[in-house]
Design a protein around this ligand. Sequence first.
Ligand SMILES: [Cu+2]
Length: 189
Amino acid sequence: MTTTVPLLLFLLSAAIIATVFAVVARSTARAGEVDYARANHLRKVFFVSLLVILAIFLGLTLPRLPYPAEAAVPEQIVNVVSRQFAFSLTEGPGPDSIETWERDFSPLAEVRTGTLVEFRVRTLDVNHAFAIYTPDGRLLAQTQAMPGYVNRLRVVFDEPGTYNVMCLEYCGLSHHAMRGVVEVVEEAQ
Ligand SMILES: [Cu+2]
Protein backbone atom coordinates (compact mmCIF):
# COMPACT_ATOMS: atom_id res chain seq x y z
CA MET A 1 0.00 0.00 0.00
CA THR A 2 2.68 2.48 1.03
CA THR A 3 4.69 1.74 -2.12
CA THR A 4 1.69 1.65 -4.50
CA VAL A 5 0.90 5.38 -4.29
CA PRO A 6 4.48 6.59 -5.06
CA LEU A 7 4.69 4.04 -7.89
CA LEU A 8 1.42 5.27 -9.43
CA LEU A 9 2.54 8.90 -9.05
CA PHE A 10 5.83 8.05 -10.76
CA LEU A 11 4.09 6.23 -13.64
CA LEU A 12 1.61 9.11 -14.02
CA SER A 13 4.35 11.77 -14.17
CA ALA A 14 6.39 9.59 -16.57
CA ALA A 15 3.33 9.29 -18.84
CA ILE A 16 2.72 13.06 -18.73
CA ILE A 17 6.39 13.80 -19.60
CA ALA A 18 6.36 11.24 -22.45
CA THR A 19 3.13 12.77 -23.82
CA VAL A 20 4.57 16.29 -23.74
CA PHE A 21 7.70 15.08 -25.58
CA ALA A 22 5.57 13.31 -28.21
CA VAL A 23 3.33 16.36 -28.78
CA VAL A 24 6.33 18.71 -29.06
CA ALA A 25 8.14 16.32 -31.41
CA ARG A 26 5.05 16.07 -33.66
CA SER A 27 4.30 19.80 -33.69
CA THR A 28 7.89 20.72 -34.60
CA ALA A 29 8.39 18.04 -37.28
CA ARG A 30 7.86 20.64 -40.01
CA ALA A 31 9.33 24.15 -40.00
CA GLY A 32 6.77 26.88 -39.45
CA GLU A 33 6.34 30.48 -38.37
CA VAL A 34 6.98 31.01 -34.65
CA ASP A 35 4.98 33.64 -32.82
CA TYR A 36 7.70 34.80 -30.40
CA ALA A 37 5.47 37.18 -28.48
CA ARG A 38 3.05 34.35 -27.72
CA ALA A 39 5.88 31.94 -26.89
CA ASN A 40 7.40 34.41 -24.42
CA HIS A 41 4.01 34.98 -22.82
CA LEU A 42 3.59 31.20 -22.40
CA ARG A 43 7.07 31.00 -20.84
CA LYS A 44 6.15 33.66 -18.29
CA VAL A 45 2.88 31.89 -17.42
CA PHE A 46 4.76 28.60 -17.04
CA PHE A 47 7.47 30.18 -14.86
CA VAL A 48 5.01 31.96 -12.56
CA SER A 49 2.86 28.80 -12.25
CA LEU A 50 5.94 26.80 -11.20
CA LEU A 51 6.85 29.46 -8.62
CA VAL A 52 3.32 29.42 -7.20
CA ILE A 53 3.24 25.60 -7.01
CA LEU A 54 6.65 25.46 -5.31
CA ALA A 55 5.70 28.20 -2.84
CA ILE A 56 2.48 26.34 -1.95
CA PHE A 57 4.34 23.07 -1.32
CA LEU A 58 7.03 24.87 0.66
CA GLY A 59 4.38 26.50 2.85
CA LEU A 60 2.56 23.18 3.35
CA THR A 61 5.60 21.02 4.13
CA LEU A 62 8.04 23.35 5.94
CA PRO A 63 6.13 23.33 9.27
CA ARG A 64 6.06 19.52 9.13
CA LEU A 65 9.85 19.10 9.28
CA PRO A 66 10.51 16.60 12.10
CA TYR A 67 12.92 18.87 13.99
CA PRO A 68 11.73 20.59 17.16
CA ALA A 69 12.82 24.22 17.43
CA GLU A 70 16.47 24.60 18.40
CA ALA A 71 15.60 27.26 20.97
CA ALA A 72 13.34 24.88 22.92
CA VAL A 73 14.81 23.56 26.16
CA PRO A 74 14.62 19.75 26.35
CA GLU A 75 12.44 18.48 29.19
CA GLN A 76 14.32 15.22 29.58
CA ILE A 77 17.89 14.24 28.75
CA VAL A 78 19.07 10.72 28.04
CA ASN A 79 22.81 10.12 27.86
CA VAL A 80 23.58 7.48 25.25
CA VAL A 81 26.97 5.75 25.31
CA SER A 82 27.76 3.23 22.60
CA ARG A 83 30.54 0.66 22.34
CA GLN A 84 31.21 -2.61 20.55
CA PHE A 85 28.58 -4.07 20.94
CA ALA A 86 26.07 -2.41 23.24
CA PHE A 87 24.21 0.80 24.05
CA SER A 88 23.87 2.42 27.44
CA LEU A 89 20.95 4.78 28.09
CA THR A 90 20.99 6.64 31.39
CA GLU A 91 19.74 9.87 32.95
CA GLY A 92 23.14 10.30 34.61
CA PRO A 93 26.36 10.55 32.60
CA GLY A 94 26.67 6.78 32.06
CA PRO A 95 29.88 4.79 31.63
CA ASP A 96 32.92 6.86 30.65
CA SER A 97 35.17 3.92 29.82
CA ILE A 98 35.00 0.26 28.82
CA GLU A 99 36.42 -0.65 32.26
CA THR A 100 33.52 0.94 34.15
CA TRP A 101 30.89 -0.18 31.63
CA GLU A 102 29.41 -3.05 33.67
CA ARG A 103 29.06 -0.82 36.72
CA ASP A 104 27.48 2.22 35.06
CA PHE A 105 25.53 1.09 32.02
CA SER A 106 21.78 0.64 31.58
CA PRO A 107 20.23 -1.00 28.49
CA LEU A 108 16.92 0.81 28.98
CA ALA A 109 15.69 4.37 29.41
CA GLU A 110 12.18 5.46 30.30
CA VAL A 111 10.70 8.62 28.77
CA ARG A 112 7.23 10.17 28.67
CA THR A 113 4.94 10.87 25.72
CA GLY A 114 4.61 14.47 24.56
CA THR A 115 7.95 15.39 26.16
CA LEU A 116 10.88 16.93 24.27
CA VAL A 117 13.61 14.36 24.90
CA GLU A 118 17.23 15.08 24.02
CA PHE A 119 19.49 12.07 23.44
CA ARG A 120 23.17 12.99 23.87
CA VAL A 121 24.98 10.36 21.87
CA ARG A 122 28.65 9.43 22.14
CA THR A 123 30.89 6.40 21.65
CA LEU A 124 33.73 4.82 23.60
CA ASP A 125 35.35 3.17 20.57
CA VAL A 126 34.41 3.29 16.87
CA ASN A 127 31.62 4.93 14.89
CA HIS A 128 28.14 3.63 15.61
CA ALA A 129 24.70 4.91 14.75
CA PHE A 130 21.96 5.37 17.30
CA ALA A 131 18.64 4.55 15.63
CA ILE A 132 15.25 4.48 17.35
CA TYR A 133 12.54 2.19 15.94
CA THR A 134 8.81 2.40 16.69
CA PRO A 135 7.10 -0.65 18.27
CA ASP A 136 5.94 -1.69 14.76
CA GLY A 137 9.50 -1.52 13.40
CA ARG A 138 9.54 1.86 11.63
CA LEU A 139 12.70 3.99 11.80
CA LEU A 140 11.74 7.07 13.85
CA ALA A 141 15.00 8.98 14.31
CA GLN A 142 18.73 8.40 14.12
CA THR A 143 22.08 10.08 14.57
CA GLN A 144 25.73 9.06 14.44
CA ALA A 145 27.81 8.18 17.49
CA MET A 146 31.28 9.56 16.66
CA PRO A 147 34.54 9.40 18.64
CA GLY A 148 35.20 12.78 20.27
CA TYR A 149 31.73 14.23 19.63
CA VAL A 150 28.42 14.47 21.47
CA ASN A 151 25.59 14.40 18.94
CA ARG A 152 22.21 15.63 20.07
CA LEU A 153 19.02 14.03 18.81
CA ARG A 154 15.71 15.58 19.87
CA VAL A 155 12.56 13.49 19.74
CA VAL A 156 8.99 13.91 20.95
CA PHE A 157 7.27 10.52 21.28
CA ASP A 158 3.55 10.63 20.51
CA GLU A 159 2.69 7.01 21.27
CA PRO A 160 3.59 4.93 24.33
CA GLY A 161 5.33 1.59 23.79
CA THR A 162 8.63 -0.23 23.61
CA TYR A 163 10.97 1.44 21.10
CA ASN A 164 14.01 -0.57 20.06
CA VAL A 165 17.40 1.03 19.57
CA MET A 166 19.68 -0.48 16.94
CA CYS A 167 23.01 0.42 15.37
CA LEU A 168 22.88 1.57 11.73
CA GLU A 169 26.64 1.75 11.16
CA TYR A 170 28.43 -1.53 10.51
CA CYS A 171 30.87 -1.59 13.41
CA GLY A 172 32.15 -5.17 13.68
CA LEU A 173 31.18 -8.81 13.84
CA SER A 174 28.42 -8.44 16.46
CA HIS A 175 27.02 -5.18 15.04
CA HIS A 176 23.59 -6.82 14.65
CA ALA A 177 23.50 -7.62 18.38
CA MET A 178 23.71 -3.99 19.49
CA ARG A 179 20.39 -3.30 21.14
CA GLY A 180 18.90 -0.79 23.52
CA VAL A 181 15.37 0.02 24.60
CA VAL A 182 13.47 3.28 25.04
CA GLU A 183 10.34 2.59 27.06
CA VAL A 184 7.80 5.33 26.33
CA VAL A 185 5.11 5.70 28.97
CA GLU A 186 1.95 7.81 28.93
CA GLU A 187 2.56 11.19 30.53
CA ALA A 188 0.87 11.44 33.92
CA GLN A 189 -2.14 13.79 33.70
CU1 LIG B 1 27.02 -1.27 14.50
